[in-house]
Design a protein around this ligand. Structure first.
Ligand code: DGL
Length: 269
């Protein structure tokens, strides 16, 4: 494996850019290739079987870019498809976001209740609940699907009356149930972190798995001698499967910096 090869990162759409942003900050010398499957988004309302079928298409496409590692920057895919991806790509390390997020939540909780917020598909999979049951066996875990947070984040409606009312509707009862830690178990939710924190109560620790995922990737690359040495220009390629113009506009907000170009790719079935 070549340390100069790019890291592949994929998601159902723009959401995984919140993870890419943290990866780039933590590993500034690494080339990256990001693929957002905008032709098939959203994944969060689909069955695990269909999510895995779509995820394998994205992963295989990224392998054609000679990636040295694959980051599954989508909670829904991480919840359903990690074993299938690891089996399909036996020579490439594959990292998901759920285990790192659950580890951070387990380290943060002060013995109370951990809330897991995610898409309907992620919550139904029970993946976070299982990981937290292992990592924080004494904590109580409550899980809540918050599907409207995804379109709100994409629309840029992250603060103000509408997201506040939506967050209160989803989370008001959790506020009364002793939650001390909340896992943002969906790539879009970090954009609504402030609104979510207000709905849950300021004292609740908000856990975003991006930082922990970047740390896990850094450790893995180091252990395998795969860190790219500093020097030369660093390249970040961005690919999507439909409407690249809209992808680019929303991507700049998620990534927090300009996106030079978005390449359209076709993931053949
Ligand atoms: N990226 C998805 C996730 O983190 C959210 C968007 C979708 O439903 O596809 O679960």
């Amino acid at each position: 494996m070549n340390p100069g090869a790019p890291i592949g990162v994929f998601d159902s759409g723009v959401g995984g850019l919140t993870v890419l942003r943290t990866l780039i900050e933590r590993l500034p010398h690494e080339h990256t290739v990001y693929l957002g499957d905008t032709a098939r988004v959203p994944y969060g309302t689909r069955s695990g079987e269909v999510v895995t079928r779509y995820a394998l298409l994205s992963a295989r496409h990224l392998v054609s870019h000679d990636i040295k590692a694959l980051v599954v920057a989508c909670n829904t895919v991480s919840a359903h498809s990690l074993p299938a991806l690891q089996e399909a790509l036996p020579t490439i390390p594959v990292i998901g976001v759920i285990e790192p997020g659950a580890q951070t939540a387990a380290a943060r909780t002060r013995g109370g209740t951990i809330a897991v917020l995610g898409t309907p598909s992620t919550i139904a999979s029970g993946a976070y609940q299982a990981a937290l049951g292992r990592l924080a066996p004494l904590a109580r875990v409550v899980a809540r699907a918050c599907p409207l947070f995804v379109p709100l984040a994409e629309e840029g409606w992250t603060e103000g009356e509408v997201p506040r009312l939506v967050a209160e509707r989803y989370l008001a009862d959790l506020r009364r149930s002793g939650v001390d830690t909340a896992v943002l178990g969906c790539t879009h939710y970090p954009l609504l972190a402030r609104t979510i924190a207000e709905a849950l109560g300021r004292e609740v620790a908000i856990v975003d798995s991006a930082e922990a995922t970047a740390a896990a990737l850094s450790t893995l690359l180091q252990a395998r001698g795969l860190l790219r040495p500093p020097g030369g220009a660093v390249r970040h390629r961005t690919l999507c499967t439909d409407v690249p113009e809209r992808f680019r506009t929303v991507a700049e907000r998620f990534l927090g910096r300009p996106v030079e170009s978005v390449e359209l790719v076709d993931l053949a079935f």
